[in-house]
Design a protein around this ligand. Structure first.
Ligand SMILES: NC(=O)c1ccc[n+]([C@@H]2O[C@H](COP(=O)([O-])OP(=O)(O)OC[C@H]3O[C@@H](n4cnc5c(N)ncnc54)[C@H](O)[C@@H]3O)[C@@H](O)[C@H]2O)c1
Length: 355
């Protein structure tokens, strides 16, 4: 593997933020190519940096032996096809959320990853930041005890112009609404802290913008541990906030309200037994600064590529996020609860978009 690892970013929208993340780790990564059909858009992103080749032809990028990672920042309906092609070309893959369009595709990709011996990391950059690392440190040190409940708010503001990009807000292009595209990060964090979901039930509604997909949802989860959780989602808030509370036997953890960088935000950890607050504070204060957001995500990926994995986002994490999506859409349409895990017998195994 070349050092630094050589990356081609495919798609110049959120790809611009990926580029910043790689640039924060110059000893680990070099971005050699930015591929987009829209050359002008790509040129704006590279902003005169001649070390990055702008390339409209994805097949040429896949065939380039000097690329180690294909980083897919394309609209969702292209994720599966391009991930498969990149693995077949012998590349490691980073793929934006939602990493595929069904549990079936997730299982096919997991098989392809295993056969290829390459790493595929679905993007969940919200995991990375000091506040969240503090919460993980408290759990790892055994100070959390039993998990009781958790609440998550994904209260963001998306006005009509957000849907000017034609694939957004449609089942065919975006493949889902606020559950799939927006709250998916925060639901990943829920499981990252509380473990897997045992069952859930959900309501969804389209109340904010005239779109096909949902822009509001309320979801109730029972985790495998027996802990409970609720998620409230809207794209019709007055501003953008993400907010978490995790109530454990040992302490309550509360995030700030930063919408897209909850892990980096200042978290508060309040001991239930005041006599143990100092112990909690000592663990929290000992957590060093870490790379946040995309830089943190890529740093963990580089560790995994170099054989020091453990912190990287895995295909199993990506599948778990889509299992929740599938169960949420299913119960929202049919009522009742969905028991997880979901396998090939589930009616939405091959896709949750309405027929
Ligand atoms: N992780 C996050 O926080 C986050 C944030 C925003 C978007 N996303 C995800 O990133 C993905 C892209 O979203 P976006 O908002 O950047 O979309 P976008 O439409 O703004 O950008 C996609 C780009 O891909 C290009 N493109 C399309 N087909 C192509 C092809 N065959 N070859 C080369 N280029 C092609 C388009 O020209 C466009 O510039 C989506 O899956 C979205 O859900 C993730």
């Amino acid at each position: 593997m070349a050092n630094p690892i050589r990356v081609a970013i495919i798609g110049a929208g959120i790809g611009a933020s990926h580029l910043k993340g790689y640039r924060a780790l110059p000893n680990r990564f070099t971005v050699s190519v930015l591929c987009d059909l829209d050359q002008e858009r790509a040129a704006k992103v590279t902003d005169g940096d001649r070390s990055i080749r702008i390339e409209p032809d994805l097949d040429r990028v896949l065939a380039d032996p000097d690329i180690d990672i294909i980083d897919i920042c394309l609209p969702p309906h292209l994720h599966f096809k391009v991930s498969m092609a990149a693995l077949a070309a012998g590349k490691h893959v980073v793929c934006e959320k939602p990493f595929v369009s069904s549990l079936h595709e997730a299982d096919l990709l997991a098989e392809a990853v295993q056969k290829s011996g390459r790493i595929l990391s679905p993007v969940f950059q919200y995991r990375f930041g000091r506040g969240f690392a503090q919460l993980r440190a408290l759990i790892d040190k055994g100070l959390a005890g039993k998990a009781y409940t958790s609440s998550i708010e994904t209260h963001w503001c998306r006005r009509a112009e957000y849907y000017d990009i034609p694939w957004r807000g449609t089942w065919k292009g975006e493949q889902g609404g606020a559950v799939l595209s927006h709250a998916i990060h925060n639901h990943d964090l829920l499981c990252y802290v509380m473990g897997n979901v045992r069952r859930l039930t959900a309501f969804t509604a389209t109340r904010v913008n005239p779109i096909e997909t949902e822009d509001c949802a309320s979801i109730v989860f029972e985790m495998e541990s027996g802990a409970l959780a609720t998620s409230s989602i809207t794209l019709g808030a007055a501003d953008d906030t993400s907010h978490f509370r995790f109530c454990f036997e040992g302490f309550t953890a509360e995030s700030g309200k930063a919408p897209y960088t909850p892990a980096e935000d200042t978290w508060h950890f309040l001991a239930r037994d005041p006599a143990r607050q100092a112990e909690i504070d000592a663990v929290v204060n000992a957590v060093p600064e870490v790379h946040s957001g995309f830089a943190g995500f890529f740093d963990a990926l580089a560790d995994a590529i170099e054989g020091q994995g453990g912190n990287e986002v895995t295909v199993a994490d990506g599948r778990r996020s889509l299992e929740m999506v599938t169960a949420i859409y299913h119960t929202a349409r049919t009522g009742g609860t969905a028991e997880l895990p979901l396998n090939h017998e589930h009616p939405l195994y091959k896709g949750w978009t309405p027929k």
